[in-house]
Structure formats: structure tokens, C-alpha cells
Ligand binder design. Structure first.
Ligand code: AMP
Length: 541
């Protein structure tokens, strides 16, 4: 027997319809690429997104066609996002921090027909133009006045949507229709595309709203520093509209001073970004003796939250830190570190200890850890294994079948992370499977070594990698980027680790570099470091 309820397809256009109808005057504030702060509203953004839809239809864009963006977080980017998705096209967010030829490779693989690009990134496209095979039209996200000279067949966005109808119909297709495409920066082989559906994006939106997840309200002002091109800005382009929260978009500027200015001027209550952004902000606050009177909560993820950042927010600035874990393949939220009942009101040290872990899955996410043979491991908070995930918005495979079937026989996806789980499903990520240092058959967590090392005031950044050792197979080498003007010694760095790790985890050597290379999503580029240090001989070898 079937239920007798309405068939209301879960398509994301309904999210912006809702925002425009019920929160029409709430603002979306952007630091524009052209310079000034620009203000719009959900109602206006809705009309302009519909104009984008009309302009796309004029170009012959049909359901399932890929429309790409190479853009910062901005109201215009949101308009392109909803404008494409609303008519059943697939909005493909491209990460501009990738190498230009890799961008071309991704655009060709996705068979992108249209590209909407910020002026900042136009030179990337011009420089690699000979490699693009499928693009038919370039839309530059600016007006005629600011349109740069270009050799490409390109139109300014404002001119392109000018005069288009603001009542293009949206939706009316199946909720399982593809909606968004995002490539993961694969560390081996070519990037792979994660193809979200309308249904999974809407369900993920519902999943992110409750107090133990993002805790979003229409009364909040949200600054997503995390880019829309990195795993959908952790869903915020959907979830803020779903509740009618005011949005503040940082555009191209993510340095400490620029972020502080937006937090302060716009009275932001919730913000989200990777740890590197928060390091820049905290340095700016310290150097200028500033405060964060409006900010209630900061969501930090993408890589583990270093203790220094956690303590600064919680203890110095009285801001609640929510440590989040997830990946492009998980839409992206997987676990979040809201305090469980028994720790609410607990002493600060217990809360800090909990928040250093990656938190727990919301309803809609299921986790297990397994050994190399796929056998379940105990949830004792100590045994570590490969973290496996299934749920309402988790990838089943990759675009065009790259990499084959990705699920085990119970339907879980292998995250490639190594973690412990306790009996309440609290996750502690101990490493990426490929970054774990294997010493004498035992595992050393590179993340642990790095996080403790960056706690030293003379250390700006640190990375641990396994180096060949004739007896132990691998031993850790700690690579350190000194803080500006500092020259830490090997002994000082190792003293920082002493007592905080098992003795046999102590790195066999410390190497100093001017700069630790970061990848396209701001994470340490271990591939590059392993390449640089491939002939390194440890003093213990
Ligand atoms: P991406 O798909 O680029 O977002 O990368 C996802 C990967 O980032 C995960 O598989 C983890 O290895 C890492 N990651 C994300 N969040 C965290 C976190 N809070 N702590 C440790 N690693 C994380």
C-alpha cells in the first residue's frame, strides 16, 4: 500500500523560490571583483537567476548540458548557479587554483558548453585556450564598463542577461536529475567528477540545518569563505537560501584584514573556511588588537583543526568552533563536532579535547571502519581503520564511470581516510590512507605530528612524510616552514613533540623549507613534498 501524499519533487530551484517569496528582502552582500561592496536581495537574485536561465536557453542549453563557472563567491555566481540548475542544466564549478591545462582537461572531460568566468581568471582561459575543446561561449562576470580586452569570443554578463525574461519556468523534471558537477583534485591519476542530483542536494540541505549541524536561522548572517567551487561551499549556497539567512560573499579577497572587515561591518554571526584562512585572520586580530563581538560560530574543516586555532577562537574570542569533516564525494558534510549532551557545560579542557576530533554524523550519514580486507573493526575510539560512509547524499561512483564501482557490498564508499570511531560514532581522522607513515608494520599519524609541531610559535607550517628506512620500511621526516623572521632548530621542534606522542613516533629528522607547497584546495601538497624529498637519506638509515 502506498501513502496518499503529494508528489513534491526535491529540486533545488524550490530553495531559491522559497527564499524570494518568504525572505525576499534579506541581503546578499558581495565584495565585488571590481572593488566596491555590492548589495542585492533574495528577491532580486531570484529574478536575475531567471534571466540567466532565459539567456542559457537562448544559447540552446538543454537539460543535462554542462555549464561551468570559474568564479569567486559572489551574488553573480549564485545567480549562475540557480539559473543553470533551475532549467535542469548541470552547473559545473571549476577550481581556479588548478593548473590551466588541468582546468582545460576537466572542462573537456565534463564537455562544458558555456563558461562563466570572473575577470580575475580570464587570463587562465586565454593562456590555455588551445586546449579547450568543447566551450562555445564565454560569459565574463562583469559589466560593459569593466569588461577587459580579450582575444576570446566573450560577452559581459550584465549585457548578456539584460532584457531577458525574469519569469523563465523552473523545475518540472525528475528529482534524480543531475544538478551539479565538481571534480576532486585526485592525488593520483586524473581528477574525477562527482555528479550531484537535485534530490541529494535538497536532502543534504535539510540535513545541514539543525542545531547540531550548521545551526542556521533566518536571523543569521553567514560568511561562506569556503569557495563555491570547493564542494559547494559546504552546502551554504543552498542552506542559507533555505532559511533566508543574510549572506556575505568575500569575492577574491580572503586575507585576514579583508575577512575581518566583512565580519565586523556586516555583523556576521556564522562563518566557514579551511584552517589556513583562520590562521590569517587570527594573525590579523592579534597584530591589531581586535575582537570578534558579533561572531557566534565558525565551522572549520577541509583539514584537521590545529589546537592553536581552536583555543584562540574558543578561549580568546569566545567563538564556538564546529569542527567538520567531509569530502567532495559526501556533498560534502560527513561529520560535525557539536558538543554531545554530556559535554555541554563541561570544563574547557574536556571540550577542547572533544573538538579536536572531527565530530559525529548527522541523521542521513552512516559510518564504519574496516581493515584492509574490508572486515569491520571495533568502535572503541582506539582501533584505526579505513573510514567507510553511506547515506542520503554520498557519491555512488564518478562521472562517466571513472574508477569503476566505488561501493562495497554493503553500499559504503571508501573515503580513503584512516580514522578511529567510538561507540557514539565520534570520528577522529588519523590520516589519509596514503599519507600514513608505516614504520615496522605499525602506523604513525602524519596529521598528529603536524598539528603538534605547528603549536610551536616559531613554526608557521609543518608536514610529516614517510622516508625509506632499511630496517623499519618507513620513518617520519618532519618538514618545517619557519614563522616569519624565526629560525627554529631541530631540537626545539622535536622538544615540542616530546611527551605528546609515543616515543617511537618521534621524527628521525627535521628539514626546513622556505614554503610548504599547498594544493588547489589549500591542503598540504604531500605528493610534491614526496617528490622533492624522494632521495632524502635519514641520519638513522
Ligand atoms: P575534498 O574532497 O577536497 O574536500 O577533500 C576531502 C578530504 O579532506 C577528506 O577525505 C579528508 O582527508 C580531508 N579532510 C576534510 N575535513 C577534514 C578534517 N576536519 N580533518 C581532517 N581531514 C579532513
Amino acid at each position: 500500500m502506498q501513502g496518499i501524499m503529494q508528489d513534491w519533487q526535491l529540486t533545488v530551484d524550490k530553495i531559491l523560490d522559497h527564499a524570494a517569496e518568504n525572505h525576499g528582502r534579506r541581503e546578499i552582500v558581495t565584495r565585488s571583483v571590481e572593488g566596491p561592496i555590492v548589495r542585492t536581495s533574495y528577491s532580486e537574485l531570484h529574478s536575475r537567476a531567471k534571466q540567466v536561465s532565459a539567456a542559457l536557453l537562448d544559447l540552446g542549453i538543454k537539460q543535462g548540458d554542462r555549464v561551468a563557472t570559474l568564479a569567486w563567491n559572489s551574488a553573480r555566481h549564485m545567480e549562475c548557479w540557480y539559473g543553470a540548475m533551475g532549467i535542469g542544466a548541470v552547473l559545473h564549478t571549476i577550481n581556479p587554483r588548478l593548473h590551466p591545462e588541468q582546468i582545460a582537461w576537466i572542462a573537456n572531460h565534463a564537455e562544458d558548453r558555456i563558461l562563466m568566468v570572473d575577470t580575475t581568471f580570464l587570463p587562465i582561459i586565454e593562456g590555455a585556450w588551445e586546449h579547450f575543446r568543447t566551450l562555445e561561449k564565454i560569459i565574463v562576470l562583469t559589466d560593459e564598463q569593466h569588461m577587459p580586452q580579450t582575444s576570446l569570443d566573450a560577452v559581459p554578463y550584465e549585457l548578456w542577461i539584460d532584457g531577458q525574461s525574469a519569469s523563465t519556468p523552473w523545475g518540472g523534471f525528475d528529482e534524480n536529475t543531475a544538478c551539479g558537477l565538481c571534480y576532486t583534485s585526485g592525488t593520483t591519476g586524473n581528477p574525477k567528477g562527482v555528479l550531484y542530483s537535485h534530490r541529494t542536494n535538497v536532502l543534504h540541505t535539510f540535513m545541514t540545518l539543525p542545531p547540531d549541524v550548521m545551526n542556521l536561522s533566518s536571523a543569521d548572517t553567514v560568511l561562506p569563505v569556503v569557495p563555491m567551487f570547493h564542494a559547494n561551499a559546504w552546502g551554504l549556497a543552498f542552506s542559507c537560501a533555505a532559511v533566508g539567512a543574510k549572506m556575505v560573499m568575500p569575492g577574491a579577497q580572503m586575507d585576514g584584514a579583508s575577512i575581518y572587515q566583512l565580519l565586523n561591518d556586516e555583523k556576521v554571526t556564522i562563518t566557514a573556511a579551511v584552517p589556513t584562512v583562520w590562521l590569517m585572520l587570527l594573525n590579523h586580530l592579534e597584530e591589531n588588537n581586535l575582537d570578534l563581538p558579533h561572531l557566534k560560530r565558525v565551522v572549520i574543516g577541509g583539514s584537521a583543526v590545529p589546537e592553536r586555532i581552536l583555543r584562540a577562537f574558543e578561549q580568546t574570542y569566545d567563538v564556538d568552533v564546529v569542527h567538520a569533516w567531509g569530502m567532495t564525494e559526501t556533498s560534502p558534510l560527513g561529520t560535525l563536532g557539536a558538543l554531545p549532551a554530556h559535554l555541554v557545560g563541561a570544563d574547557i579542557e574536556s571540550r577542547i579535547a572533544y573538538k579536536l576530533k572531527q565530530g559525529r554524523p548527522p541523521f542521513g550519514v552512516e559510518l564504519k571502519i574496516v581493515d584492509d580486507a574490508g572486515k569491520r573493526l571495533p568502535r572503541d575510539g582506539e582501533t584505526s581503520g579505513r573510514l567507510m560512509i553511506r547515506g542520503l547524499a554520498i557519491a555512488a561512483g564518478y562521472f562517466k564511470g571513472e574508477g569503476g564501482n566505488k561501493l562495497d557490498e554493503e553500499g559504503y564508499f571508501d573515503t580513503g581516510d584512516v580514522a578511529t570511531l567510538d561507540e557514539m560514532s565520534t570520528v577522529q581522522i588519523t590520516d589519509r590512507a596514503k599519507d600514513v607513515i608505516k614504520s615496522g608494520g605499525e602506523w604513525i599519524s602524519s596529521i598528529d605530528l603536524e598539528n603538534i609541531a605547528v603549536g610551536h610559535p616559531k613554526v608557521a607550517n609543518a608536514a610529516a612524510i614517510g622516508i625509506y628506512h632499511p630496517k623499519w620500511d618507513e620513518r617520519p621526516l618532519l618538514i618545517v616552514q619557519p614563522a616569519p623572521g624565526e629560525t627554529p632548530t631541530k631540537e626545539e621542534v622535536l622538544a615540542q613533540l616530546q611527551g605528546k606522542i609515543a616515543k617511537w613516533w618521534t621524527p628521525d629528522d627535521v628539514a626546513f623549507v622556505e614554503e610548504i607547497p599547498l594544493g588547489a584546495t589549500g591542503k598540504i601538497n604531500k605528493l610534491k613534498l614526496r617528490e622533492t624529498f624522494k632521495d632524502y637519506t635519514l641520519p638513522t638509515a
